[in-house]
Design a protein around this ligand. Structure first.
Ligand SMILES: [Zn+2]
Length: 354
């Protein structure tokens, strides 16, 4: 696959630099997005060097959800990815970027799924992965990281403390800190999901769980480029669903200060200060979607329902399903509309509590 020519553009001051692993603009501290002198014609992926573990190409199935029978609901089974979550799409691209830059080791911080994905792709590229996790991260996700050769650094404190510890460790040892939440390469890898969805026939709406927003941003960028390439006419409305207990995007969409985070079983989206909040809001607004929140009881009920229908997913995957009936009640999803929900993570990583 050819290398797609690209550079990095600051989201705040629009300064452009060449392809690099830099996480923020030297002029203003803003985060980067990937920019192309010419849109890639062969597809939206950014195949710097392919690391073939089999990411992407996940199946889509029709599904009859009890609270949303008037919708034509489809589920995209992202949890069937190589490491059991959609994060493999972003990990393949980010690790490819690091490999192309000559890195043989890197530091990363994650609560689990992204760490597992990055550690697996690092193994494929024969790179050392130093993964910082919160001390309370699910053990099964930590085990997955060490099983493929990653090194775990457990840190007491919140997600910010974990990120700070990772950045400091990287600085002291002179190895790259990839930060999948700040690097533009991770969400760029998610664009492949937009392309697959378009190939399958574009739905009217996509309802997805949102924490750091990499899938939301990747889908939005992917659909926008497909419009520019005249391959689709308009994009599906994007509905970003959060746990009520950790809902900074919902607060920002109402111009409110976020309330203090509380524990949630949806650990994959327990992100109280996502660095790309403005881009997430843009994706929701420009696609004419909305932000919604669901309670812990609603997440648990939805998860029980989906498990009992034979789909073994982690609680985060139940978050958008829990929101469907309310989105319908509020007129945001109409009868007979085609609605797609990505099931983002495997239940094997988060077994039900007995
Ligand atoms: Zn800047």
């Amino acid at each position: 696959m050819p290398v797609v020519r690209h550079h990095l553009r600051c989201l705040d001051c629009e300064t452009e630099i060449g392809a690099s692993l830099d996480l923020s603009c030297a002029d203003c501290g803003g985060l980067f997005e990937i920019a192309y002198p010419r849109l890639p014609e062969g597809g939206l992926r950014l195949p710097l060097t392919p690391l073939p573990l089999g990411q992407g190409g996940t199946p889509t199935i029709s599904f009859d959800w009890p609270d949303a029978r008037r919708l034509r609901l489809e589920l995209k089974l992202e949890y069937l990815s190589p490491t059991g979550s959609f994060k493999d799409r972003g990990a393949a691209t980010l690790i490819s970027a690091a490999w192309s830059a000559g890195a043989t080791a890197f530091v990363e911080d994650s609560s689990g799924n992204a760490g597992a994905a990055l550690a697996a792709y690092a193994a494929a590229a024969q790179m050392s992965a130093e993964i910082f996790v919160p001390a309370g991260a699910p053990q099964v996700k930590q085990d997955q990281i060490t099983a493929v050769g990653g090194t775990i650094h457990a840190v007491n404190g919140d997600r910010e403390a974990v990120a700070d510890a990772a950045a400091q460790y990287a600085r002291e040892r002179g190895i790259p800190y990839l930060s999948h939440n700040r690097s533009p390469y991770f969400s760029e890898g998610m664009k492949s999901a937009a392309e697959e969805i378009a190939e399958h026939g574009l739905p009217d709406a996509i309802v997805l769980p949102v924490g750091n927003g990499s899938l939301l941003i990747g889908l939005y960028r992917g659909f926008r480029e497909l419009i520019q390439l005249d391959r689709i006419e308009q994009m599906p409305r994007l509905f970003a669903i959060q746990s009520m207990n950790v809902s900074p995007l919902a607060a920002a969409s109402r111009n409110q200060e976020p309330r203090d985070p509380e524990p949630t079983i949806a650990d994959g989206i327990a992100v109280s200060r996502p660095p790309r909040l403005a881009q997430m809001l843009e994706a929701v607004c420009e696609s004419e979607g909305a932000v919604g929140v669901v309670s812990e009881i609603e997440i648990e009920t939805a998860r029980r329902t989906i498990l009992q229908r034979g789909l073994y997913v982690e609680p985060t995957s139940a978050v958008p399903l829990a929101a469907l009936s309310r989105l319908q009640e509020r007129g945001m999803l109409a009868d007979d509309e085609r609605v797609l929900v990505p099931l983002t993570g495997s239940g094997l990583k988060s077994p039900p509590i007995r």
